[in-house]
Design a binder for this molecule. Structure first.
Ligand SMILES: C[S@@+](CC[C@H](N)C(=O)[O-])C[C@H]1O[C@@H](n2cnc3c(N)ncnc32)[C@H](O)[C@@H]1O
Length: 287
């Protein structure tokens, strides 16, 4: 075999082992990471291998197969939970100054209904709840994530200094209080804010929707779809779009954009902030 053939065989071997690693995860937990972008999955498995002091995928597979606890350590790496309060502040400025006040006017006596999809440890959901409080309007945030450990942390509502670094000081003072957890100093969400948010588990790649028909005035799904393969991303985006009330708004992450299936039914509202408005008929579901 020449060098080229050798390296092709090595890549095929590595991919086969990664496929087996993902099958082990699927069998043990139901998580299906084969729907995520292969490069991201491979990079994250590699990170976990390094942390475990292992440098061959085959050895890592053996560790995973013999150590059930390794399953959750790997899932921890594969679900990327980086988040912050008021993350990408330009977007939240638009939500705070324009969109939530607009929805408050449009909804009249009715509550504003928000879905934070891929909510990580609750930073985005609690930030949205703060904006509802600021508007002095009835409303709630349905916050979902695939990862139960992230949802557990969201329930606890304790955050580090870094997590709140982008939050405007007036919001920080009103809705969070200084607290500590063991030796860690940080902030805790005040009780009044918690009542606006409900956390539950939901997999955006599943065909089951959390919304029975159109019912949200605002859906935020930021920095989450980007990790999925294009076709899965499209399907998830269609489900998010169908969850919007007529004229409702979809807010994506700065690196995300609706694909061809959802685009005709969404019109740009604020380009920079990646906010779109439901227009026309939602795309048909494929469930
Ligand atoms: C990078 S965080 C984004 C958090 C927040 N939306 C933000 O922009 O700061 C991505 C989140 O998506 C979640 N996630 C990954 N795959 C998912 C899926 N299939 N369904 C629901 N949530 C998922 C991860 O667990 C993680 O908490």
């Amino acid at each position: 075999m020449d060098d080229g053939a050798h390296s092709q065989a090595a890549v095929a071997d590595r991919q086969a082992i990664i496929g087996t690693i993902l099958a082990v995860l699927r069998e043990r937990t139901g998580y299906d990471f084969s729907r995520y972008r292969p490069a991201t999955v491979e990079r994250r498995i590699h990170n976990r291998m390094i942390a475990a002091g292992i440098d061959s995928p085959a050895e890592y597979l053996a560790l995973l197969e013999s150590t059930p606890e390794e399953t959750f350590r790997l899932i921890e790496r594969l679900t990327i939970k980086v988040s912050r309060f008021y993350r990408n502040n330009g977007t939240f400025d638009v939500l705070r100054q324009e969109l939530i006040p607009y929805l408050a006017g449009a909804r009249g006596e009715m509550p504003i209904r928000i879905w934070s999809a891929g909510c990580a440890c609750g930073e985005e959901a609690y930030t949205l709840a703060m904006l509802l409080e600021e508007a002095g309007h009835a409303g709630f945030v349905e916050a979902t994530d695939i990862d139960p450990s992230a949802l557990g942390a969201a329930h606890v509502g304790f955050y580090s200094e870094e997590a709140v670094a982008e939050l405007p000081p007036d919001l920080l003072d009103r809705y969070l209080e200084r607290a500590s957890q063991g030796r860690r100093a940080g902030y805790r969400v005040r009780d009044a804010l918690r009542q606006r948010v409900r956390f539950s588990r939901h997999d955006l790649t599943s065909r089951v929707s959390i919304a029975d028909g159109a019912c949200f005035d605002l859906v935020c799904c930021r920095n989450t779809l980007i990790y999925l393969q294009r076709d899965v991303q499209e399907r998830a985006l269609g489900a998010l779009r169908r969850a919007l009330a007529p004229g409702g708004f979809l807010c994506l992450g700065e690196a995300e954009w609706p694909g061809p299936a959802a685009r005709p039914s969404l019109e740009p509202f604020r380009h920079q902030a990646r906010i779109f408005r439901a227009a026309g008929r939602p795309p048909a579901g494929d469930a």
